[in-house]
Design a protein around this ligand. Sequence first.
Ligand code: B1M
Length: 222
Amino acid sequence: MSEILQKLAHCVEYGKIDRTCPYPPDMKGQDGADELAKLALETGVTPDQILENALIPAMAVVGDKFSRKEIYVPQMLMAAKSMNSAMKHLKPFFQSGETKRKGKFIIGTVAGDLHDIGKNLVAMMIEGGGWEVIDLGVDTGTDKFMKAIDENPGAVIGLSALLTTTMENMNKTVDAIRTKYSDLKILVGGAPVTMDYCVKIGADFYSPDPQGAVNYLNHLVS
Ligand code: B1M
């Protein structure tokens, strides 16, 4: 891995967004993921190499640390923001089709539920894992999910719920998706959701954390 990519991976892992970002304190004044991704492209590194050799492995390290409770939500958010600051330089290549992604992932917090911090982390980790993410936001009714699925055939679907009262809406949305598209993969998560509940409502996979979600998606295309 080139020196630039090593530095870029380090910035993402430790949440150094750009030169002006004072976090982490021991990297104050140094270039961040923003400048390094731009520099990498200018020196001829391809968007694929940036994704495969810097962003994806760095986010995998972050996800594993979070799963092992070695870092917490704030550190993970900084890492995800750094990853996003690098991704903004790669987006034009994805949009032009020059660089391929692993697939599409549609995610939303279910109807009646306004919690989005965990859902956003999952979305950012999956994007950092090389997937195109279509984020439908919070309070996402079944109709909105169905419209996005119709427009993005074959996408993997992710539903998040943080309230015991909105878990029933997760069930309703899964039912509607299953009725129309029996073969689509559905991933569920959120604090009150369990593997038992996932099985009960007929979803395909439950992950308690973002890295589990990334691993599941990667397993689908491996
Ligand atoms: Co709310 N809230 N809240 N709240 N809130 C909880 C969830 C609650 C447990 C607090 C409590 O009473 N102890 C409780 C739910 C009780 C229950 O249902 N059993 C609760 C309640 C009751 C409410 C209101 C009803 C309060 C009221 O108004 N009376 C209300 C409901 C509003 C609504 O949604 N309609 C409400 C409102 C809010 C705020 C708007 C103020 C705010 C949300 C802000 C936002 O999200 N933008 C809020 C917050 C912040 C919380 C707590 C404090 C924190 C949630 C959070 O962000 N956690 C929460 C208590 C708590 O958890 N300590 C609470 C951090 C986040 C990283 O974790 O979301 O679990 P989490 O996501 C994790 C995993 O679950 C997983 O990955 C993430 C990272 O590890 N994951 C997935 C999540 N989605 C996934 C999807 C996947 C895979 C993994 O695949 C698709």
